[in-house]
Design a protein. Sequence first.
Length: 125
Amino acid sequence: MQNNKHRTVTFDGDIIRIDGKPKRMTFMVRDAFWAHDCAIVLLDPKSYLDLPNYHAQRRRARKPVRNLCAYSAAGELLWQAEQPETADHYYLIESKDPLVALSFSAFRCMLDPANGKILRKQNIK
């Protein structure tokens, strides 16, 4: 097994590659990188918010897409990040260490890289 310091994560479209091994995501990838012993993946909200049925499905109590996730080196889902608001999504990773993401509803969230829970959130409006 490779040393974690030398792991690589790349992405193209809806495919991430962890150490060269491909894994298809549900939607297009906006960012992906190795940090905190996992591959952290930010799905591009534009790739699902523009779907014709997305908003109609949300009206029927559909859970919003949780678009910030972590995967093991083997490609197994470890966690999906907690969102600051029910129908929110992340659009930018501001910092990899500490793990900080910005949400559409104007929150800066520091996330626990072990489980994706919000440790601290700040409204930046």
